[in-house]
Design a protein around this ligand. Structure first.
Ligand code: NAX
Length: 331
């Protein structure tokens, strides 16, 4: 068995972390032969709660878990880590404007970027989950100049998983039979869930395009898009709390693919620093379809974008440019 790797989860006393820590510690993300030491970062008032999480991790008696480092100090949290799940963020409180939320989070992700820069492994893979995830990831990377920009990503995998589940339900196949659904742009209500490049393996064993399997382009462009865009709100309405189990699963999926690669012929969606592909704005963290090999992602090129898609990409790109402008004005 190899040496333990160090992995940090921020917001470790929160609800997403509660599911995510167990998944990581039992080997679902880094593999069944990879021991690890978990670093758990939260804020000082949450240290008591975090102690309870540490007790539960011990009580899980997980063979791969070789150590746990609970802390409120970003320097200690990021020391030597090769993977970082940045889940912790300031939640939106009643009466809070979007701008106030952005302001609080930009400051958090500046501090964390600086701490990663100083203390993390230079190859650290960073996944930002805390909202506004795309812009937080951008800010974080700007304050960690010694770490390659491509090592900073934002999570849109939950949106992708939601989209796959909607298609699977619509055509009545297991969710694993649906592939290559793309989430473009921001993890917000302007995101563009795009089924037009997807494939479905039908019960007959034949693989067909999502468009053919669904047989209803109007549904793919309206109800499907809106359902995925508003799924987070629907969960909050029903559960009175935001998505946590599914968000943790998606964070695990994202990091697992980053470490182990994507299967041949399949792509996944990740928020990455845009190089302007598909006419998107450069230097925002934009969700693209990517393939991953040897721990490096590459944007899938040459997908056909029709007029409807173009309009959707432009809307979400514009929102990301606005967020970047607001964030940079705060710093
Ligand atoms: P919780 O409020 O349950 O937990 C957040 C935790 O972060 C708290 O324990 C809090 O003390 C901690 N925290 C706050 N500031 C911190 C800091 N500076 N350093 C370390 N820890 C800090 O929220 P939870 O439901 O776990 O959600 C976490 C974040 O994920 C939120 O920002 C949420 O909006 C975002 N989400 C993002 C998703 C995505 O797809 N990208 C989907 C799920 C989720 O809504």
């Amino acid at each position: 068995m190899s040496e333990p790797i160090r992995v940090v989860v921020t917001g470790a006393a929160g609800q997403i972390a509660y599911s995510l820590l167990y998944m990581i510690a039992k080997g679902d993300v880094f593999g069944p032969n990879q021991p690890l030491i978990l670093h758990l970062l939260d804020i000082p008032p949450m240290m008591g709660v975090l102690e309870g999480v540490v007790m539960e991790l011990a009580d899980c008696a997980l063979p791969l878990l070789r150590g746990v480092v609970p802390t409120a100090d970003p320097a200690e949290a990021f020391k030597g880590v090769v993977a970082a799940f940045l889940v912790g963020a300031m939640p939106r409180k009643q009466g809070m404007e979007r701008k106030d939320l952005l302001s609080a989070n930009v400051k958090i992700f500046k501090v964390q970027g600086e701490a990663l820069d100083k203390h993390a492994d230079k190859n650290v893979k960073v996944l930002v989950v805390g909202n506004p995830a795309n812009t937080n990831a951008l800010i974080c990377s700007r304050f960690a100049p010694s770490i390659p920009r491509e090592n900073f990503t934002a999570m849109t995998r939950l949106d992708q998983n939601r989209a796959q589940a909607q298609i699977a339900a619509r055509v009545n196949v297991p969710v694993a039979n649906v592939n290559n659904i793309v989430i473009w742009g921001n993890h917000s209500s302007t995101q563009f869930p795009d089924g037009s490049h997807g494939q479905v393996k039908m019960d007959s064993g034949k693989t067909v395009s999502v468009r053919e399997a669904v047989g209803d382009d109007a549904w793919l462009r309206s109800i499907f898009v809106e359902t995925v865009q508003k799924r987070g709100a629907a969960v909050i309405n029903a559960r009175k709390m935001s998505s946590a189990m599914s968000a943790a699963k998606a964070a695990g999926d994202h990091m697992k693919d980053w470490f182990h690669g994507t299967p041949a012929g399949q792509f996944v969606s990740m928020g990455v620093v845009s190089d302007g592909s598909y006419g998107t704005p450069k230097d925002v963290v934009f969700s693209f379809p990517v393939v991953i090999k040897n721990k490096k992602w590459e944007i899938v090129k040459n997908l056909q974008i029709d007029d409807f898609g173009r309009k959707m990409l432009d809307i979400t790109g514009k929102e990301l440019e606005e967020e970047r402008g607001e964030a940079l004005a705060i710093i």
